[in-house]
Write a protein that binds this ligand. Sequence first.
Ligand code: NAD
Length: 414
Amino acid sequence: GLVQGCNEVRIGVVGLGYVGLVTAAVLADRGHDVVGVDVDGRKVEALKVGRVPIFEPGLDDLLSENEERLHFSTDYSSLRDAELAFVAVSTPTVDGKIKLDYVLSAARSLSTVLGRDAVVAIKSTVVPGTARRVRSVADREVVSNPEFLKEGSAIHDTLRPDRVVIGSFSASAGDLVESLWSFTGAPVLRLTPEEAELVKYASNSFLALKVSFINEIADVCERLPGCDVNRVARAIGLDRRISPHFLNAGLGWGGSCFPKDTRAFLAFAAQLGEEPKTVRAAVEGNEERPRRAVRTLERLAGPLRGRKVCVLGLAFKPNTDDTRESVAMKVVELLLREGARVVAYDPKARIDLSTSSKEECVREAEAVVIATEWDEFRGIEGLLKGKYVLDGRRVLDPALMDPRFFRAVGLGVE
Ligand code: NAD
């Protein structure tokens, strides 16, 4: 990445997970000097010797190409000279409520090391009002700059976001953050901090809602002969008011964001005395998906106790190794609870029951569940011959499958 050298900013990034590392790599590639800090010493040690602790397409290369502008440390004092520090630490939901401890602890640490004029930009997903709290804890200017990247295409999404959201108390702090992202050419929305924080929850809740909605249509399709939710979804999506994206029926949504963010949002709204009913319904509908899938498989193949079942896919979606709140993992758990002998295969994610190839996984299994739509699971209809198959992610061509042995989410049978 070559850079036309003006306006480089000394940047700090706190929290070197999917968001922090990608942000650090992209900004270093734009010519900025970046110091990344994480409390996880093993992560930092790995990064220092050029090992990337997560899998994200293109990230290894981008980090190594920019190693002279990237420094990693567990020590906050290495952020002393930063003009702008991004906070990208985890914000888990614990007992249904957002846990802000890591954000606030990062803010406290930053308050002791940053220069007076340094700006703190919050990339972590946080409930409205958090930027305000961070401002008082860090005692610095704070900007909310929520992140919308998708794991699996995180670098592309950071280079070409649909929009940049900036919520600031002071215009000049907002301007600094805006100037960093101006290279993207994306529309910039200058909002209040609370608005910016809310946008992130509203976006994720809406996307979750969209998937839960199409899954309900899929359930109805399954009861109608010859009805395929994919054809229905395509027709729905061509309505420009709806859009074709995020209308893929399947085993439900999971991952490190939608489940925790929808729960955190519901709890936050409840504190305000509000109950977003559509969001609650989206969550409740989604929670039933793994059980429904296992029931479908049992109706097809009979009781699973003692029988070998292969689960293809463990990551919560393709092109990532992330299994946090993955529906595939929930399916594995339920199958084990049914007494099935489970084997699993995923190109990137591993568990104790993992095999080293899909061929090995499928071999000797009586039943197969496709739980993540990795590209390498397309075109394997031949490999699955003679097995009971539940295609939970619609990667197989139903025309190539024997209907007596095959079910797919959202596909009605005659
Ligand atoms: P992650 O768990 O992969 O990484 C978070 C990192 O923060 C960890 O390495 C952890 O050790 C570190 N950390 C925790 N407390 C710290 C502290 N006090 N000081 C320094 N480091 C600390 O998380 P992630 O997936 O990168 O997500 C980070 C935030 O971004 C979350 O709020 C998440 O909701 C949000 N987000 C994530 C995604 C995504 O796709 N992963 C997308 C948009 C927004």
